[in-house]
Ligand binder design. Structure first.
Ligand SMILES: Nc1ncnc2c1ncn2[C@@H]1O[C@H](COP(=O)(O)OP(=O)(O)O)[C@@H](O)[C@H]1O
Ligand SMILES: [Mg+2]
Length: 431
């Protein structure tokens, strides 16, 4: 169904996707970008945007299932306030040639949208900014579990349209469990960029506890932003209290937004994995030639099967087939052909001084790994398809769209089923 909508100057409408909107006449402001006749934009099914007519305009909107166009006003919407904010930041940038903007706020508070708004507004002013997406749970440039960067050369509504140029693999989607890695990864990407180029860094929505806010302060400490944009009044007040000489600005969150619950966010992550791995091919890696990060099982001192038998006599008597074993400090790691009742008894009866970690090959299938190139730089993500053991080697096969040389693997705590849905729970992947 095509809807033709006429707008007077300063009229505001709110469009909820899925929708394709074509400008027929006039000029529109959406997500900080200006659209003119002949141009169109797409609103994704889980997103909504306010659109403001900068002059008298006419649009054709093709609406999908559940889509909606509602007439609203500048008072009701945040677009006018975000525009003032963007103007202030750009004016500061023109004076100082420095803009390092950190966006902070709870989940679903408009962080991604305000980051897009400012990026587009810079572009509109003839400056190409760099976006760094450091929200590991809703990473829209690359895949969840990574932090990615991208120079913005064309206007966009949603970061997912852009893709990424560089990424760093964090290997976790829960910021409370991997805060240091988030900071290190963000800083590493920031340091690649020219300090005179504007940089917009989006962060995760973990702000509801003391630990969460202290983590955000730690990010500020290392990133040293010129502007901190906060999309929640309580968080804004606390950050402003702590950061007395920083420029902390409040960006009001959108009021009438699409409600995306936990399940929809999971679905959005699945779509992101699917898109990334769609262009993947299968690669086989001999672990003997690979640097192993965040892994203990395959980085330990290998043991021969008879050595395992000496350490754990019951293994010998039960005739359990050991595919691989290693010692890594206090741990004895083992990969066996299959788990069995007799094995469990052997383990519970053990009188060894070691802590035991026991796997079957299937345990590794679906786990994500970060991929590192010859220069030690993260370049992609792989999903483990299988691990193959022979007397003297371990081969790992992965699915990945990355085609260059792989010299390192980074183990993670993210595991995907064959349909790319995440396996729930902590510690789902050992490696
Ligand atoms: N101006 C707006 N009016 C209504 N909804 C909006 C507006 N801007 C963004 N939204 C919607 O609000 C929701 C949350 O925004 P998002 O930027 O993704 O938040 P966050 O990154 O903090 O999780 C999204 O569905 C988005 O489409
Ligand atoms: Mg977001």
């Amino acid at each position: 169904m095509i809807n033709t909508i006429r707008l007077m100057k300063d009229d505001v409408i709110r469009i909820t996707g899925p929708a394709r909107v074509e400008v027929k006449e006039g000029k529109l402001l959406v997500a900080g970008a200006i659209y003119v006749p002949g141009e169109f934009f797409i609103v994704h099914r889980f997103r909504s945007y306010s659109v403001m007519a900068l002059e008298e305009a006419m649009i054709n909107a093709v609406l999908g299932k559940g889509a909606e166009v509602a007439r609203t006003s500048l008072e009701e919407e945040v677009i006018g306030k975000w525009l003032s904010l963007a103007k202030e930041i750009i004016s500061d940038y023109r004076k100082t040639r420095r803009a390092r903007i950190l966006v902070v706020g709870p989940i679903e508070s408009g962080k991604t949208s305000v980051a897009a708004f400012i990026a587009n507004y810079f572009l509109q002013g003839g400056v190409e900014p760099v976006l760094i997406e450091a929200d590991i749970g809703q990473e829209d440039l690359a895949v969840p579990g990574t932090i990615a960067s991208k120079k913005v050369r064309k206007k966009f509504l949603w970061q997912r349209e852009l893709g990424f140029e560089s990424l760093r693999f964090v290997g976790c989607i829960t910021p409370s469990k991997c805060g240091e890695k988030v900071i290190a990864s963000a800083i590493d990407l920031i340091n690649k960029e020219d300090p005179s180029e504007p940089l917009i860094i989006n962060t995760d929505g973990w702000v509801n506890t003391q630990a969460a806010l202290l983590h955000k302060l730690e990010l500020v400490r290392w990133i040293r932003p010129t502007h901190i944009i906060v999309t929640d009044i309580g968080t804004y007040e606390l950050l402003r209290n702590a950061l007395r000489t920083y420029k902390v600005l409040y960006a009001e969150p959108p009021k009438n937004k699409v409600i995306r619950d936990r399940e929809i966010r999971r679905q959005l992550r699945k779509e992101s994995y699917l898109k990334y791995f769609a262009k993947g091919s299968v690669r086989s890696l001999d672990l003997a030639t690979i640097n192993l990060m965040n892994s203990s099982v395959f980085a330990g001192k290998p043991l021969k099967p008879d050595e395992v038998g000496k350490l754990l006599p019951c293994f010998r008597s039960e005739g359990i087939r050991v595919l691989y074993a290693s010692i890594y400090k206090e741990y004895l790691n083992m990969v066996i052909v299959e788990r069995s009742q007799s094995l469990m008894e052997c383990l519970t009866n053990k009188e060894s001084t070691f802590r035991l970690k026991v796997f079957v090959p299937q345990d590794f299938v679906g786990c994500l790994v970060g991929l590192v190139n010859e220069d030690g730089v993260d370049v992609g993500v792989g999903r483990i398809l299988g691990i193959h053991f022979s007397a003297n080697s371990v081969n790992i096969s992965i699915l990945t769209p990355y085609e260059g040389a792989i010299r390192g693997l980074i183990a993670s705590q993210i595991k995907l089923k064959d349909d790319f849905q995440e396996v729930r729970g902590d510690m789902v992947c050992g490696l």
